[in-house]
Design a binder for this molecule. Structure first.
Ligand code: NDP
Length: 332
């Protein structure tokens, strides 16, 4: 038996509990992992609360990330005892995920735990941090440099936002952090933000084009916020869009794209090719200041993961939630 968060029932009528599960019920896969740490991402919170149709089949163990040690493997790249990390690939959505003591997955989805990080730190980074790095790489691949001008980061106190601010500042970019939580200004400045912008300034419908302000942007909000971000980009500015915290819609015009040559890069972490993941994790090893990462962490007991999901969606969590899952065998 192993302990895991289990979502049972059906869409619109689901029940979530922390329970004991037979190891024989683990899904197919060529690598079995003893999980040490998992985390709560925005998507995990949507899955656990049922607020969006993240779970594609029931029953499901949520958790799109985990870090742990291989316990058995028939995959050529991994053997028992190897420390590994998993991000995405539909795990926690259509394949049992990381909020459990054990997982069985395809070895093709795993990457070796980077030497720079402990399993706990890897989960403090998690999909949120790896996505923040993919966004930074998207800006760079499209020609944005620290000399290009200010970079805007939305949802800055959240997981993707906090890590994006820290990564950009470390590389010498001037960062403006957008937040709905003005009381967190000192936190954002400690991560490296030069300026703070009230989220309300970007939340209302605006003009198709406004003053050219941002050389680059990392947006986790979508909706009206993303439309206003695009409207305020400099000539040939680049926006990396990865989230929908403000909404799924995109009430923009083509003006920023055809009159200012703005580039809108979509960033998806779930199915990103392995080479890009390895590059992102290598860059995280080089660019992420561990002391700043520690400042972003809230560690919650496994027993509180279900409640933590609601708190995350209510905007009560700053930075990243880490969930230690190892060494628990009893049902609660
Ligand atoms: P968090 O909950 O940690 O952070 C989201 C932040 O968004 C909040 O902290 C808040 O920051 C801000 N926010 C909340 N509501 C609104 C709103 N109405 N308008 C504008 N900003 C808002 O989530 P994550 O950082 O983990 O994820 C952020 C987004 O990125 C999510 O939509 C998630 O699904 C997406 N995502 C996408 C990935 C991909 O592969 N494309 C991978 C990872 C995440 P503040 O209070 O500072 O304003």
């Amino acid at each position: 038996m192993f302990k895991g968060v289990l979502i049972e029932g059906s869409r619109g009528d689901q029940k979530v509990s922390l329970t004991s599960i037979e190891e024989s019920e683990l899904p197919e896969g060529d690598v079995t992992v003893d999980i040490a740490f998992s985390t709560l991402n925005y998507k995990d919170a949507l899955a656990i609360t049922g607020k969006s149709p993240i779970v594609k089949q029931y029953p499901m163990i949520p958790g799109i990330d985990f870090a742990g040690t291989v316990s058995s493997s028939t995959h050529a790249d991994f053997k028992a005892g190897d420390p590994v990390v998993l991000n995405g690939w539909g795990v926690g959505e259509k394949h049992w995920g990381g909020l459990a003591e054990k997982a069985r997955v395809s070895g093709d989805w795993l990457i070796p735990l980077p030497k720079a990080f402990s399993p706990r730190q890897a989960m403090a980074i998690g999909t949120a941090g790896y996505t923040a790095m993919l966004c930074v790489m998207a800006l760079e691949k499209n020609g944005v440099t620290p000399d290009s001008g200010d970079i805007l980061v939305t949802g800055a106190t959240g997981g993707v936002g906090s890590i994006a601010v820290a990564l950009l500042a470390k590389r010498g970019y001037s960062v403006t952090a957008v937040t709905g939580r003005s009381e967190e200004a000192d936190y954002l400045k400690s991560l490296g933000a030069g300026n703070i912008l009230d989220r309300a300034e970007l939340s209302e419908p605006g003009k198709p084009l406004v003053r050219e302000t941002w050389a680059g942007a990392i947006d986790v909000a979508g909706g009206q916020v993303l439309a206003n971000v695009c409207a305020g980009m400099k000539y040939r500015g680049v926006v990396a869009a990865c989230g929908l915290a403000a909404g799924m819609d995109f009430p923009s015009t083509v003006a920023p794209f055809i009159l200012r040559g703005v580039t809108l890069c979509g960033v998806d972490s779930v199915m990103a090719p392995k080479a890009e993941r390895l590059e992102a994790w290598k860059r995280l090893s080089e660019d992420l200041d561990i002391d700043l990462l520690e400042r972003m962490i809230t560690e919650i007991p496994f027993e509180d993961a279900i409640e933590g999901a609601s708190q995350l969606l209510e905007g009560k969590v700053r930075g990243r939630i880490v969930v230690p899952v190892a060494g628990r065998t009893e049902t609660s």
